[in-house]
Design a protein around this ligand. Structure first.
Ligand code: PLP
Length: 445
Protein backbone atom coordinates (compact mmCIF):
# COMPACT_ATOMS: atom_id res chain seq x y z
CA UNK A 1 0.00 0.00 0.00
CA UNK A 2 1.23 3.53 -0.76
CA UNK A 3 2.53 5.62 2.16
CA UNK A 4 -0.20 7.43 4.13
CA UNK A 5 0.04 11.09 5.15
CA UNK A 6 -3.24 11.04 7.05
CA UNK A 7 -3.34 11.28 10.85
CA UNK A 8 -5.56 8.38 11.87
CA UNK A 9 -7.17 7.59 15.25
CA UNK A 10 -4.38 5.10 16.03
CA UNK A 11 -1.08 6.26 14.61
CA UNK A 12 0.93 3.50 13.04
CA UNK A 13 -2.07 1.24 12.48
CA UNK A 14 -3.19 0.30 9.00
CA UNK A 15 -6.88 0.77 8.29
CA UNK A 16 -8.75 -0.95 5.47
CA UNK A 17 -10.08 1.46 2.85
CA UNK A 18 -13.82 1.70 2.53
CA UNK A 19 -15.09 1.20 -0.98
CA UNK A 20 -18.87 1.63 -0.82
CA UNK A 21 -21.95 1.02 1.28
CA UNK A 22 -25.51 -0.20 0.79
CA UNK A 23 -28.17 -0.36 3.49
CA UNK A 24 -26.65 -1.71 6.71
CA UNK A 25 -23.51 -2.97 4.91
CA UNK A 26 -20.12 -1.39 4.21
CA UNK A 27 -17.51 -2.92 1.90
CA UNK A 28 -13.76 -2.38 1.88
CA UNK A 29 -11.54 -2.32 -1.20
CA UNK A 30 -10.61 -6.00 -0.71
CA UNK A 31 -14.30 -6.87 -1.06
CA UNK A 32 -14.84 -7.72 2.63
CA UNK A 33 -18.35 -6.97 3.87
CA UNK A 34 -19.14 -5.46 7.29
CA UNK A 35 -22.48 -5.04 9.04
CA UNK A 36 -22.53 -1.45 10.24
CA UNK A 37 -23.80 -2.46 13.66
CA UNK A 38 -23.27 1.01 15.12
CA UNK A 39 -24.07 3.26 12.12
CA UNK A 40 -20.42 4.34 12.22
CA UNK A 41 -20.45 6.71 15.18
CA UNK A 42 -24.23 6.28 15.72
CA UNK A 43 -24.58 8.45 12.65
CA UNK A 44 -25.56 6.60 9.44
CA UNK A 45 -29.10 6.07 10.69
CA UNK A 46 -30.89 5.72 7.34
CA UNK A 47 -28.28 3.30 6.01
CA UNK A 48 -25.69 3.71 3.29
CA UNK A 49 -26.04 4.52 -0.39
CA UNK A 50 -29.58 5.95 -0.33
CA UNK A 51 -30.39 7.21 -3.85
CA UNK A 52 -32.85 9.93 -2.75
CA UNK A 53 -30.14 11.61 -0.69
CA UNK A 54 -27.62 11.46 -3.54
CA UNK A 55 -30.27 13.08 -5.76
CA UNK A 56 -31.03 15.85 -3.25
CA UNK A 57 -27.31 16.47 -2.85
CA UNK A 58 -26.71 16.82 -6.59
CA UNK A 59 -29.81 18.96 -7.11
CA UNK A 60 -28.71 21.46 -4.45
CA UNK A 61 -25.12 21.47 -5.74
CA UNK A 62 -26.40 22.40 -9.20
CA UNK A 63 -28.34 25.35 -7.70
CA UNK A 64 -25.92 26.66 -5.08
CA UNK A 65 -23.79 24.92 -2.46
CA UNK A 66 -22.47 27.80 -0.44
CA UNK A 67 -23.78 31.25 0.34
CA UNK A 68 -22.56 32.89 3.53
CA UNK A 69 -25.19 33.12 6.23
CA UNK A 70 -24.42 36.79 6.89
CA UNK A 71 -25.39 37.51 3.28
CA UNK A 72 -28.25 35.11 2.52
CA UNK A 73 -30.73 32.66 3.89
CA UNK A 74 -31.84 29.85 1.54
CA UNK A 75 -34.89 27.78 0.80
CA UNK A 76 -33.12 24.64 2.06
CA UNK A 77 -32.15 26.17 5.38
CA UNK A 78 -35.60 27.71 5.95
CA UNK A 79 -37.36 24.43 5.21
CA UNK A 80 -34.99 22.52 7.45
CA UNK A 81 -35.65 24.98 10.29
CA UNK A 82 -39.41 24.60 9.80
CA UNK A 83 -39.20 20.80 9.76
CA UNK A 84 -37.19 20.72 12.99
CA UNK A 85 -39.65 23.14 14.64
CA UNK A 86 -42.46 20.77 13.65
CA UNK A 87 -40.58 17.80 15.14
CA UNK A 88 -39.30 19.37 18.35
CA UNK A 89 -41.17 19.33 21.66
CA UNK A 90 -42.65 22.47 23.25
CA UNK A 91 -41.66 25.87 21.98
CA UNK A 92 -38.30 24.73 20.65
CA UNK A 93 -38.84 26.39 17.32
CA UNK A 94 -35.48 28.00 16.57
CA UNK A 95 -32.39 26.33 15.13
CA UNK A 96 -28.81 27.55 14.94
CA UNK A 97 -26.97 25.38 12.42
CA UNK A 98 -23.39 24.21 12.91
CA UNK A 99 -21.27 21.33 11.65
CA UNK A 100 -20.66 18.92 14.52
CA UNK A 101 -22.12 17.82 17.81
CA UNK A 102 -19.29 19.54 19.70
CA UNK A 103 -20.12 22.83 18.02
CA UNK A 104 -23.80 22.29 18.81
CA UNK A 105 -23.21 21.84 22.54
CA UNK A 106 -20.80 24.80 22.64
CA UNK A 107 -23.36 26.92 20.82
CA UNK A 108 -26.12 25.86 23.23
CA UNK A 109 -23.83 26.81 26.11
CA UNK A 110 -23.24 30.25 24.59
CA UNK A 111 -26.93 30.84 23.89
CA UNK A 112 -27.73 29.92 27.52
CA UNK A 113 -25.12 32.32 28.90
CA UNK A 114 -26.25 35.07 26.55
CA UNK A 115 -29.90 34.57 27.52
CA UNK A 116 -29.08 35.51 31.13
CA UNK A 117 -26.75 38.35 30.13
CA UNK A 118 -29.48 39.96 28.05
CA UNK A 119 -31.58 40.07 31.21
CA UNK A 120 -28.88 41.75 33.30
CA UNK A 121 -27.75 38.53 35.02
CA UNK A 122 -24.15 38.24 33.76
CA UNK A 123 -22.94 36.05 36.64
CA UNK A 124 -24.95 33.09 35.35
CA UNK A 125 -22.18 31.52 33.29
CA UNK A 126 -21.47 28.08 34.75
CA UNK A 127 -22.78 24.81 33.40
CA UNK A 128 -23.58 21.75 35.45
CA UNK A 129 -23.24 18.36 33.81
CA UNK A 130 -22.82 14.72 34.83
CA UNK A 131 -20.03 12.23 35.25
CA UNK A 132 -20.44 9.63 32.56
CA UNK A 133 -21.41 12.01 29.80
CA UNK A 134 -20.00 13.09 26.49
CA UNK A 135 -20.80 16.44 24.95
CA UNK A 136 -17.91 16.80 22.52
CA UNK A 137 -14.19 17.16 22.00
CA UNK A 138 -13.64 20.95 21.74
CA UNK A 139 -12.57 22.64 24.98
CA UNK A 140 -15.97 24.09 25.93
CA UNK A 141 -17.78 20.86 25.12
CA UNK A 142 -15.10 18.79 26.86
CA UNK A 143 -15.42 20.99 29.94
CA UNK A 144 -19.03 19.82 30.21
CA UNK A 145 -18.12 16.18 29.51
CA UNK A 146 -17.58 13.49 32.11
CA UNK A 147 -15.62 11.31 29.72
CA UNK A 148 -12.46 10.78 31.78
CA UNK A 149 -10.40 9.21 28.97
CA UNK A 150 -10.96 12.16 26.65
CA UNK A 151 -10.54 14.82 29.37
CA UNK A 152 -7.53 13.68 31.27
CA UNK A 153 -4.71 15.26 29.24
CA UNK A 154 -6.46 18.63 29.10
CA UNK A 155 -7.91 19.07 32.58
CA UNK A 156 -5.86 22.24 33.40
CA UNK A 157 -7.32 23.94 30.32
CA UNK A 158 -10.95 23.01 30.96
CA UNK A 159 -13.54 25.24 32.59
CA UNK A 160 -14.20 24.21 36.16
CA UNK A 161 -17.80 23.05 35.89
CA UNK A 162 -19.42 21.02 38.64
CA UNK A 163 -20.62 17.54 37.74
CA UNK A 164 -23.22 15.34 39.40
CA UNK A 165 -23.80 11.57 39.33
CA UNK A 166 -25.78 10.17 36.42
CA UNK A 167 -28.59 7.72 37.08
CA UNK A 168 -27.01 4.34 36.40
CA UNK A 169 -29.74 1.83 37.31
CA UNK A 170 -27.51 -1.26 36.90
CA UNK A 171 -25.25 -0.02 39.69
CA UNK A 172 -27.82 1.58 42.01
CA UNK A 173 -27.59 0.84 45.75
CA UNK A 174 -28.91 -2.62 46.65
CA UNK A 175 -32.58 -2.69 47.53
CA UNK A 176 -33.31 0.82 46.26
CA UNK A 177 -36.37 1.15 44.02
CA UNK A 178 -35.97 2.81 40.64
CA UNK A 179 -38.35 5.53 41.79
CA UNK A 180 -36.26 6.36 44.87
CA UNK A 181 -33.10 6.19 42.80
CA UNK A 182 -34.46 8.60 40.16
CA UNK A 183 -35.24 11.10 42.90
CA UNK A 184 -31.87 10.65 44.63
CA UNK A 185 -29.90 11.28 41.42
CA UNK A 186 -32.01 14.22 40.27
CA UNK A 187 -31.85 15.86 43.70
CA UNK A 188 -28.05 15.97 43.37
CA UNK A 189 -28.66 18.73 40.85
CA UNK A 190 -30.38 20.84 43.51
CA UNK A 191 -27.45 20.31 45.88
CA UNK A 192 -24.95 21.28 43.16
CA UNK A 193 -26.90 24.43 42.24
CA UNK A 194 -27.10 25.49 45.89
CA UNK A 195 -23.38 24.84 46.42
CA UNK A 196 -22.34 26.94 43.44
CA UNK A 197 -25.11 29.47 43.98
CA UNK A 198 -28.06 29.77 41.58
CA UNK A 199 -26.79 33.18 40.42
CA UNK A 200 -23.71 31.45 38.95
CA UNK A 201 -25.48 28.69 37.03
CA UNK A 202 -26.63 29.18 33.43
CA UNK A 203 -27.71 25.67 32.50
CA UNK A 204 -27.71 21.96 33.19
CA UNK A 205 -26.81 19.67 30.28
CA UNK A 206 -27.55 15.94 30.00
CA UNK A 207 -27.91 13.23 27.37
CA UNK A 208 -31.40 11.67 27.58
CA UNK A 209 -29.71 8.26 27.22
CA UNK A 210 -25.99 8.17 28.06
CA UNK A 211 -24.03 7.19 24.96
CA UNK A 212 -20.30 7.33 24.35
CA UNK A 213 -19.21 7.30 27.98
CA UNK A 214 -21.54 4.62 29.30
CA UNK A 215 -23.13 2.48 26.60
CA UNK A 216 -26.84 3.30 26.32
CA UNK A 217 -27.61 3.92 29.99
CA UNK A 218 -31.35 4.67 30.26
CA UNK A 219 -32.53 6.80 33.20
CA UNK A 220 -35.44 5.64 35.37
CA UNK A 221 -38.87 7.23 34.86
CA UNK A 222 -39.29 10.36 36.91
CA UNK A 223 -35.64 11.44 36.66
CA UNK A 224 -36.00 14.05 33.93
CA UNK A 225 -39.36 15.26 35.28
CA UNK A 226 -37.61 16.07 38.59
CA UNK A 227 -34.65 17.65 36.74
CA UNK A 228 -37.11 19.97 34.96
CA UNK A 229 -38.70 21.01 38.29
CA UNK A 230 -35.32 21.78 39.84
CA UNK A 231 -34.17 23.79 36.80
CA UNK A 232 -37.39 25.84 36.92
CA UNK A 233 -37.07 26.43 40.67
CA UNK A 234 -33.59 27.99 40.34
CA UNK A 235 -33.80 29.69 36.91
CA UNK A 236 -31.41 27.21 35.33
CA UNK A 237 -31.91 26.29 31.66
CA UNK A 238 -32.13 22.61 30.74
CA UNK A 239 -30.17 21.52 27.66
CA UNK A 240 -30.98 18.05 26.31
CA UNK A 241 -27.96 16.87 24.33
CA UNK A 242 -29.68 14.85 21.62
CA UNK A 243 -26.65 14.59 19.33
CA UNK A 244 -26.79 10.80 19.68
CA UNK A 245 -30.42 10.25 20.71
CA UNK A 246 -32.17 12.69 18.35
CA UNK A 247 -33.95 12.09 15.03
CA UNK A 248 -35.59 8.81 15.90
CA UNK A 249 -32.68 6.80 17.25
CA UNK A 250 -34.45 5.80 20.49
CA UNK A 251 -37.88 5.18 18.97
CA UNK A 252 -39.19 8.72 19.57
CA UNK A 253 -38.27 11.77 17.51
CA UNK A 254 -36.15 13.03 20.44
CA UNK A 255 -34.91 10.94 23.36
CA UNK A 256 -36.42 13.31 25.90
CA UNK A 257 -39.90 12.71 24.38
CA UNK A 258 -39.98 9.37 26.25
CA UNK A 259 -40.55 11.32 29.45
CA UNK A 260 -42.70 14.16 28.06
CA UNK A 261 -40.23 16.76 29.35
CA UNK A 262 -39.64 19.99 27.44
CA UNK A 263 -36.04 21.25 27.47
CA UNK A 264 -35.07 24.91 26.89
CA UNK A 265 -32.39 23.93 24.39
CA UNK A 266 -31.74 20.79 22.36
CA UNK A 267 -28.57 19.88 20.50
CA UNK A 268 -28.59 17.69 17.42
CA UNK A 269 -25.91 16.18 15.15
CA UNK A 270 -25.07 12.70 13.87
CA UNK A 271 -28.44 11.26 12.66
CA UNK A 272 -29.63 14.72 11.65
CA UNK A 273 -27.80 14.27 8.36
CA UNK A 274 -27.18 10.53 8.80
CA UNK A 275 -23.56 10.82 7.72
CA UNK A 276 -24.32 12.26 4.28
CA UNK A 277 -22.83 15.64 5.23
CA UNK A 278 -21.56 17.32 8.39
CA UNK A 279 -24.57 19.01 9.99
CA UNK A 280 -25.65 19.81 13.55
CA UNK A 281 -27.88 22.27 15.37
CA UNK A 282 -28.58 23.99 18.66
CA UNK A 283 -32.33 24.47 19.03
CA UNK A 284 -33.80 27.06 21.42
CA UNK A 285 -37.26 28.07 22.63
CA UNK A 286 -39.26 31.11 21.50
CA UNK A 287 -38.68 32.65 24.94
CA UNK A 288 -34.88 32.46 24.66
CA UNK A 289 -34.74 33.82 21.12
CA UNK A 290 -37.27 36.61 21.91
CA UNK A 291 -35.13 37.68 24.84
CA UNK A 292 -31.96 37.83 22.76
CA UNK A 293 -33.81 39.54 19.87
CA UNK A 294 -35.09 42.25 22.22
CA UNK A 295 -31.58 42.61 23.68
CA UNK A 296 -28.48 42.68 21.50
CA UNK A 297 -30.21 40.91 18.59
CA UNK A 298 -27.06 38.95 17.82
CA UNK A 299 -26.02 35.46 18.85
CA UNK A 300 -22.28 35.32 19.38
CA UNK A 301 -21.64 31.95 17.76
CA UNK A 302 -21.29 30.53 14.26
CA UNK A 303 -18.82 29.05 11.83
CA UNK A 304 -17.98 29.60 8.18
CA UNK A 305 -20.03 26.60 7.13
CA UNK A 306 -22.96 27.29 9.49
CA UNK A 307 -26.31 27.00 7.70
CA UNK A 308 -24.81 26.38 4.26
CA UNK A 309 -27.51 25.47 1.71
CA UNK A 310 -25.75 22.27 0.63
CA UNK A 311 -25.76 20.63 4.07
CA UNK A 312 -29.23 21.97 4.81
CA UNK A 313 -30.66 20.34 1.66
CA UNK A 314 -29.04 17.02 2.55
CA UNK A 315 -30.28 17.13 6.14
CA UNK A 316 -33.79 18.05 4.99
CA UNK A 317 -33.79 15.11 2.60
CA UNK A 318 -32.71 12.84 5.47
CA UNK A 319 -35.53 14.05 7.75
CA UNK A 320 -38.05 13.57 4.94
CA UNK A 321 -36.71 10.06 4.36
CA UNK A 322 -37.08 9.26 8.08
CA UNK A 323 -40.72 10.44 7.91
CA UNK A 324 -41.57 8.72 4.62
CA UNK A 325 -40.23 5.36 5.81
CA UNK A 326 -41.65 5.59 9.39
CA UNK A 327 -38.16 5.10 10.77
CA UNK A 328 -38.97 6.51 14.21
CA UNK A 329 -41.65 3.85 14.72
CA UNK A 330 -39.39 1.19 13.17
CA UNK A 331 -36.59 2.09 15.60
CA UNK A 332 -38.95 1.37 18.51
CA UNK A 333 -40.08 -2.00 17.11
CA UNK A 334 -36.71 -3.24 15.84
CA UNK A 335 -34.98 -1.86 18.93
CA UNK A 336 -37.20 -3.97 21.19
CA UNK A 337 -36.29 -7.04 19.11
CA UNK A 338 -32.55 -6.26 19.18
CA UNK A 339 -32.64 -5.71 22.95
CA UNK A 340 -34.42 -9.02 23.49
CA UNK A 341 -31.70 -10.82 21.49
CA UNK A 342 -28.94 -8.96 23.35
CA UNK A 343 -30.50 -9.92 26.69
CA UNK A 344 -30.49 -13.58 25.60
CA UNK A 345 -26.82 -13.20 24.72
CA UNK A 346 -26.12 -11.55 28.10
CA UNK A 347 -27.86 -14.42 29.92
CA UNK A 348 -25.58 -16.93 28.20
CA UNK A 349 -22.32 -15.00 28.50
CA UNK A 350 -20.26 -14.79 31.71
CA UNK A 351 -18.69 -11.56 30.39
CA UNK A 352 -21.83 -9.48 29.90
CA UNK A 353 -23.19 -7.87 33.06
CA UNK A 354 -26.06 -6.06 31.40
CA UNK A 355 -27.70 -5.56 28.01
CA UNK A 356 -29.72 -2.34 27.95
CA UNK A 357 -31.04 0.35 25.67
CA UNK A 358 -33.91 2.30 24.22
CA UNK A 359 -35.02 1.95 20.62
CA UNK A 360 -32.03 1.23 18.40
CA UNK A 361 -29.53 2.63 20.90
CA UNK A 362 -28.41 -0.47 22.80
CA UNK A 363 -25.39 -1.28 24.92
CA UNK A 364 -23.54 -4.16 26.56
CA UNK A 365 -21.55 -3.72 29.75
CA UNK A 366 -18.76 -6.21 30.43
CA UNK A 367 -17.97 -7.30 33.99
CA UNK A 368 -15.46 -9.55 35.71
CA UNK A 369 -18.08 -10.99 38.03
CA UNK A 370 -21.75 -11.01 37.09
CA UNK A 371 -22.88 -11.56 40.69
CA UNK A 372 -20.91 -8.72 42.30
CA UNK A 373 -20.90 -6.61 39.09
CA UNK A 374 -17.19 -5.99 39.63
CA UNK A 375 -15.85 -4.26 36.52
CA UNK A 376 -12.74 -5.40 34.71
CA UNK A 377 -9.71 -3.14 35.13
CA UNK A 378 -9.70 -0.90 32.06
CA UNK A 379 -6.19 -2.13 31.25
CA UNK A 380 -7.73 -5.51 30.29
CA UNK A 381 -9.41 -3.71 27.40
CA UNK A 382 -12.40 -6.07 27.18
CA UNK A 383 -14.59 -3.75 25.11
CA UNK A 384 -11.68 -3.03 22.77
CA UNK A 385 -11.13 -6.78 22.31
CA UNK A 386 -14.79 -7.35 21.48
CA UNK A 387 -14.67 -4.49 18.99
CA UNK A 388 -11.60 -5.84 17.24
CA UNK A 389 -12.84 -9.45 17.14
CA UNK A 390 -16.16 -8.20 15.76
CA UNK A 391 -14.32 -6.16 13.13
CA UNK A 392 -12.43 -9.29 12.04
CA UNK A 393 -15.78 -11.10 11.83
CA UNK A 394 -17.30 -8.32 9.70
CA UNK A 395 -19.30 -6.44 12.33
CA UNK A 396 -18.81 -2.82 13.40
CA UNK A 397 -19.40 -2.03 17.09
CA UNK A 398 -18.93 1.34 18.85
CA UNK A 399 -16.81 1.84 22.00
CA UNK A 400 -18.53 3.40 25.02
CA UNK A 401 -15.98 3.35 27.80
CA UNK A 402 -15.77 6.66 29.62
CA UNK A 403 -12.79 5.67 31.76
CA UNK A 404 -14.46 5.76 35.18
CA UNK A 405 -12.04 3.14 36.52
CA UNK A 406 -13.58 0.91 39.17
CA UNK A 407 -16.91 2.74 39.01
CA UNK A 408 -18.22 1.53 35.67
CA UNK A 409 -17.53 -1.44 33.46
CA UNK A 410 -16.39 -1.00 29.90
CA UNK A 411 -19.17 -0.99 27.39
CA UNK A 412 -20.00 -1.07 23.70
CA UNK A 413 -22.90 0.35 21.72
CA UNK A 414 -25.01 -1.48 19.13
CA UNK A 415 -26.93 1.05 17.08
CA UNK A 416 -27.49 -0.17 13.52
CA UNK A 417 -29.28 1.93 10.89
CA UNK A 418 -32.98 2.44 11.71
CA UNK A 419 -33.79 0.61 8.48
CA UNK A 420 -32.48 -2.73 9.77
CA UNK A 421 -34.71 -5.79 9.25
CA UNK A 422 -35.34 -8.64 11.69
CA UNK A 423 -33.22 -11.05 9.60
CA UNK A 424 -30.37 -8.53 9.58
CA UNK A 425 -30.61 -8.19 13.38
CA UNK A 426 -30.30 -11.98 13.66
CA UNK A 427 -27.20 -11.87 11.46
CA UNK A 428 -25.74 -9.01 13.56
CA UNK A 429 -26.32 -10.83 16.86
CA UNK A 430 -24.81 -14.07 15.50
CA UNK A 431 -21.59 -12.27 14.59
CA UNK A 432 -21.58 -10.49 17.95
CA UNK A 433 -22.03 -13.76 19.81
CA UNK A 434 -19.14 -15.33 17.93
CA UNK A 435 -16.95 -12.32 18.75
CA UNK A 436 -17.86 -12.26 22.47
CA UNK A 437 -17.24 -16.03 22.74
CA UNK A 438 -13.80 -15.57 21.24
CA UNK A 439 -12.97 -12.85 23.79
CA UNK A 440 -14.26 -15.11 26.60
CA UNK A 441 -11.75 -17.74 25.51
CA UNK A 442 -8.94 -15.16 25.35
CA UNK A 443 -9.76 -13.85 28.83
CA UNK A 444 -9.45 -17.37 30.26
CA UNK A 445 -5.89 -17.72 28.94
N1 PLP B 1 -22.89 15.07 22.22
C1 PLP B 1 -23.12 13.74 22.25
C2 PLP B 1 -24.25 13.22 23.08
C3 PLP B 1 -22.34 12.87 21.50
O1 PLP B 1 -22.57 11.55 21.55
C4 PLP B 1 -21.30 13.41 20.70
C5 PLP B 1 -20.43 12.51 19.90
O2 PLP B 1 -20.34 11.33 20.13
C6 PLP B 1 -21.09 14.80 20.70
C7 PLP B 1 -21.91 15.60 21.47
C8 PLP B 1 -19.99 15.39 19.87
O3 PLP B 1 -20.32 15.30 18.53
P1 PLP B 1 -19.20 15.45 17.38
O4 PLP B 1 -18.32 14.25 17.49
O5 PLP B 1 -20.00 15.49 16.12
O6 PLP B 1 -18.47 16.72 17.63
Amino acid sequence: MQRSYVIKPELGKEYPRVSHGKGIYLYDTSGKRYIDGCSGAVTASIGHGVEEIAEAMAEQARKVSFAYRSHFSSEAVEELGAKLAEWAPGELNWSFFVNSGSEATETAQKIAIQYWQEQGRPSKTRMISRWMSYHGITMGALSMSGHVLRRKRFVPLLADYPAISPPYPYRRPDGMSLEQYARLCADELETAILRVGPEQVAAFIAEPVIGASGGAVVPPDGYFQRIREICDKYDVLFIADEVMTGVGRTGEKFGIDHWGVKPDLITLGKGMSAGYTPMAAAMATEKIIDTITRGSGLIMAGHTYSANPQSAAVSLAVLRYVEAHNLVEKAAVQGAYLLRKLRELADESPLIGEARGLGLLCGLEFVKDKRTKEPFPLSRGVAARVISRAFENGLLVYPATGGLEGVAGDSVILSPPLTITTEEIDELVDLLKKSVQRVQEEMRQ
